[in-house]
Each structure stands twice: as C-alpha cells, then as structure tokens.
Design a protein around this ligand. Structure first.
Ligand SMILES: [Zn+2]
Length: 193
C-alpha cells in the first residue's frame, strides 16, 4: 500500500484535499464499479448522467481515508501523473448520498484530466491540454477575482485550470457562468476592434 506522503495533493491544491499525515489508504475500489452503481442507484444529477456513462469506462482507484480540513473527497496525484480518488470516511455521514455521488464524479474527472493537463503525452491529451489552457487563459483575463472561491455562483470554475476542466464538466451553474464570461469576452473584443 502506498503511503500518503508520496502523493502530492491535487484538487484545488492547497485548499481542497490534503491527507492527514502518515495515514495509510485502505479499501481500494475501482471508479467504474462505483460510478456504474451511482448511475443505477439514480444518485447523480440528470445533467451528469451522460458524462458519468463515459467516465464509467475508466478505471481510477477509489479509496477511503481521512482528508484534512473536513474535505469530503479529493484527488491525490503522484509524480507520474497517476491519481487516486480519496473519500473521507470521517465525513461521509455529514453529506447526502447525492452530494457524495456528484462529488465522486467530480474527483474522478480530476483524476482523468490531471495527467492530460500537467503532463500531456498522447495526441488526445495534448489537444485537451491545449484547448483547456487557451480557453482558461482567455477567460482568466476577465473573470472577477472575488467570485473565484464561490461555488454557488459557479465562479469556482475559474479557481484554476484543473477546476476549470473538472467543474465545467460536472456543474451546470459553472457552465452558465462560463457562457456568461464568454459573452462578456466577445463584447469586450468587439469594443476594442
Ligand atoms: Zn475540484
């Protein structure tokens, strides 16, 4: 079993998911088993089901452990870009099954996109990395700084590039937020022409 301290925390790096020190991970389940179950148990929001069916084809290890700052779940990535999703076993009783289900999907997307974003190797990974970086840096110029920590407005999508890739895929408020920003960007671009 790999030890915590060999991983660096990924999801919203400093804020979201640091594991308690020196803790061992246990109970490794594959994400395709879990996500397939979440779909059939009807726990995912309607918008996320299509996406979940695609994500369910992939195999990311999901483990139970404890995360710092009462975080419910996080993605931990090693130096080679391999990721595991960790569910905080101490916190699962504090959230609804639906919340946990959508959060597991979100973290699995982090696990799948992190390698492509940080160390793209295949053509698909390079394409994803390039288009995500281009779009993020374009919107980064106009996205208000004070809304970036705000999960409810959808502004969290602009927190950083990794959240941009994962939140855009899993949260409809964030998609609306990005469309609004894109319209604002077009408006500003027309004005300066
Ligand atoms: Zn995240």
């Amino acid at each position: 079993m790999k030890r915590m301290d060999r991983y660096k925390s990924n999801d919203a790096s400093s804020r979201e998911s640091r594991l308690d020190k020196n803790q061992e991970l246990y109970h490794n389940v594959s994400s395709n088993v879990i996500i397939t179950h979440l779909i059939s148990a009807n726990l995912l929001s309607e918008d996320n089901i299509k996406l979940a069916k695609i994500i369910a084809r992939h195999n990311i290890p999901i483990m139970f452990g404890e995360l710092e700052n009462d975080k419910i779940a996080g993605t931990i990535t090693d130096q080679n870009g391999g990721s595991v999703v960790v569910i905080n076993s101490k916190e699962i009783s504090n959230v609804t099954n639906e919340f946990l289900a959508n959060r597991i999907l979100h973290e699995t997307i982090h696990a799948l996109t992190t390698k492509a974003l940080t160390n793209p190797q295949t053509k698909e990974e390079r394409n994803l990395s390039r288009s995500s970086k281009t779009l993020y840096s374009m919107l980064d110029k106009i996205a208000p700084k004070n809304e970036r920590a705000d999960i409810h407005s959808g502004g969290y999508v602009m927190e950083n590039e990794r959240e941009f890739a994962a939140v855009f895929a899993t949260d409809e408020y964030s998609r609306n937020y990005v469309y609004k920003l894109a319209r604002k960007y077009d408006y500003v671009a027309r004005k300066v022409k």
